[in-house]
Design a protein around this ligand. Sequence first.
Ligand code: WT7
Length: 649
Amino acid sequence: MPDRDHGDIFSEEYSKPFLPPDHFKRKALVKDDTPYKEAADDKLAYWAGMAENIDWMKKWDQVLDDSNHPYYKWFVNGKLNVSANCLDRHIENGLGDKKAILFEGEEGDSVSLTYNELLKEVNKFCNVLQDMGVNKGDAVTIWMPMIPEAVVAMLACTRVGALHSVVFGGFSPEALKDRILDSNSKILVTADGAYRRGKVIQMKGAAEEELKECPSLEKVIMVERTNAAHQPQEERDFLWSNLMADAADDFSPVEMDAEDPLFILYSSGTTGKPKGILHTTGGYLVGVNTTFRYVFDYKDEDIFWCTADIGWITGHSYIVYGPLSGGSTIFIYEGTPDYPGKNRFWELIEKYKITVFYTAPTAIRSFMRWGNQFPEKHDLSSLRLLGTVGEPINPEVWIWYHENIGKKNCPIVDTWWQTETGMIMITPLPGVTATKPGSATKPFPGIDADVVDDEGKSTEPGQRGFLVIKSPWPAMLRTLYEDPERYEQTYWNQYQGIYFTGDGAWKDKDGYFWIMGRVDDVLNVSGHRIGTMEVESALVDHKSVTEAAVIGKVHEIKGHAITAFVTLKEGIEGSEELVDELKKHVGKRIGAIARPEEIFFTYELPKTRSGKIMRRLLRDIAENRDLGDVTTLMDPEVVKSIKDDYSDN
Ligand code: WT7
């Protein structure tokens, strides 16, 4: 791919990289390339320096133990508590009355909590957890809407030393059950329901059957949010409000080892079973604290809004642990950007005077399609910095964001990272880096990212290859929960000693990284990772289906739209009703985000001689491209009939 010359797609004004505006640079936390130089000089000394920004109960003996690849240890023998770093130390530093959380619900209700108040809530919930017999190392599943109680529950887990597994509130009860079983959780923290686009979505009440099938589960704690129906089960189920009313509001943070598990977060991979990505305590906190402050140019007076759900890594790292360990004020919104009107986000930015806004390209593409009239109605002048994450951003969408939201006044940080990396890895530093729309620019100081070919050799500028990370970093995943074999195989077997990201990328002549998306069987739907195998397993699980192949068709707003090719059992005819039923079935197994947009019935699926489904070919069919080479196909006729079926639609 040639180096991008902005001149050929944009006007003269945009033909050069965007320099940080002077007014921004003058006040920036990082003004020059010192951190890059320091990290290049001595990476471990650099990270040791960053770790000084964390309060340790006992200092570490060694920055990195890399003797047992790929099981790295950071800040060896260091002791700390994450909640103490997110709460107590700010209060000790005189920030007790500073707002920690500003929350607005979909209905317009609001809550605000100072650091003092948040600590009290967290302490109360620690006492609740302790009374329920939660000990250090136990797992707690959190399946909640975007409400402050979710943050309280997460922080309380870290304070008592339990590891949390937050399951995205939009996942189905069956997906929840799989994750409770896999993590062996004793406790579930949930809500009766959530508000979504003016409707109440039942949560706990919808999961009663599944919860009965979770033998490890001892207690269920439910926040009453919506008055949605549920069936309380005596001795197992408790109301959050009752428990909190009786709980004491002090609790000493438990001393944790730097390498004690902090949380599990399930993420899609190339098999039907999601991976339990395990993060630990010390390195993760150093990583997210450093990147939060540097990438988002932390200022004491900031009101920081990351629009992700706490059920994703973005929510973990940049709603909760990065900003709160940095002493920032976070804004949390419960609802969607289009309800009750398509100006909802801009209205909130105006009302709460948001200064830093971090969202996903898929959302920006929707904003752009809805039109400028929505942001134009609102005063967005509080904004000083914008960010994106989750997928590549199209340069024209970047420009729209820059002009219509940033008013040409705010740098944009396009941040590349993954659930596995825990922290932002490739990103501009907004006071330093000249940005190019569509590029996540350069590795964060101390991060050895590169693009390599099949042999693991660095590619030449302009040459496509695989994105890898060549040396360990503090917030890296430590393993896959109870599945070290899959950990080694997924990330470390591709190249000797190098972390494989699963993304394709290229670098330009200035060393800027251009990420092209996944090279494995993982889709990116609206910035969320969905494994094709996961959706296929859900389809095959339906009584009428023999086989299924799922691909991502390029989609204007979502990035990928899920398209499924399905072969039915003998004697079963495809119909519109069956299409609907199968879509529902996938929604039930995984959640609405995984529902296929299109389903096509076919007699057979195209396969290689070794029996691997040729997804590339299906993708080409779905996108109506030329078929290319089909000589490795088992039965070329199969493709022909699929193509004919498809064109009929
Ligand atoms: C995958 C990770 C990390 C938070 C959100 C997603 C894609 C992420 C970018 C970006 C291009 C990006 C990659 C990556 N991705 N950010 N700025 N530019 N692609 O977390 O679900 O773990 O997905 O998202 O493909 O591998 P995730």
